[in-house]
Design a protein. Structure first.
Length: 241
């Protein structure tokens, strides 16, 4: 069965937008209709599909502009790589640092180690389709040193740990908005002092032992956190003041 024309056009434009800076104005519907030799209605269907995927933003009376899809972090336990793949994006990472450090008073309790003891610090810049998405600082107990020595740390760390026999089974998460430090903003392609979404995760194995503490600062314009909320079956009683 042949691909519908508007789908083929949407696929072609999607590939083009990946190579264009955010904010680039696309040709008008009339110009695109001429380029693809279709009606403006077909072009409009294609642009609507791209807008629904977050690839473009349609501004009335101004035109259609390149954007980047927002990634939503849901309530399920998934890795960064799994999140990106689930949304049709290609995950990637650039290793910035891998070193032994002393556990700070902030990190030590999350990893159940003594303050001042040796832990592994891993810093990576994470990508989605070659666009910087988050800057991730991870700490792990020293027992994982041998696992990391020969690992591909530009892929999924959770997959590396799973292959070595440590499966991530649970996590505790904290989310807040912070101003991105100048270095973080530069690496993420954000304006200086722009906001960032900071997510601190502590991951546990199947025996509830802490495995990893990660502090990730995400681009505010590319990431959001979504949760399903339910009212308690036994809500607290209201009292009159």
């Amino acid at each position: 069965m042949p691909t519908p024309k508007h789908v083929a056009i949407a696929n072609a434009l999607s590939a083009q937008t990946r190579e264009l800076p955010v904010g680039t104005r696309l040709p008008s519907e009339k110009e695109l209709a001429t380029q693809f030799r279709v009606s403006r209605m077909t072009v409009r269907q294609a642009l609507d599909a791209l807008a629904a995927d977050g690839r473009v933003e349609r501004v009335p009376s101004s035109g259609t502009f390149v954007s980047r899809p927002t990634v939503a972090m849901g309530p399920n336990l998934t890795s960064f790589s799994e999140d990106m793949r689930a949304r049709g994006l290609r995950p990637g990472a650039r290793l910035i640092a891998l070193q032994d450090v002393t556990a700070s008073p902030e990190v030590a309790p999350d990893l159940s180690v003594e303050t001042g003891s040796t832990v592994i610090r891993l810093e990576r810049l994470r990508f989605a389709d070659d666009d910087p998405m988050c800057l991730e600082e991870t700490h792990l107990p020293a027992r994982f040193q041998r696992v990391l020595d020969d690992a591909d740390l530009e892929g999924s760390l959770h997959e590396v740990l799973a292959k070595a026999g440590t499966v991530i089974a649970a996590a505790r998460r904290r989310v807040r908005a912070v101003p991105a430090p100048a270095r973080d903003a530069q690496l993420l392609g954000l304006p200086e002092h722009a906001p960032a979404l900071e997510i601190v995760d502590v991951f546990f194995d199947t025996n509830r032992r802490p495995v990893q503490r990660s502090r990730s600062r995400y681009r505010y314009d590319r990431y959001e956190v979504m949760s399903d909320l339910h009212r308690s079956a036994n809500p607290p009683m209201e009292t009159e003041s």
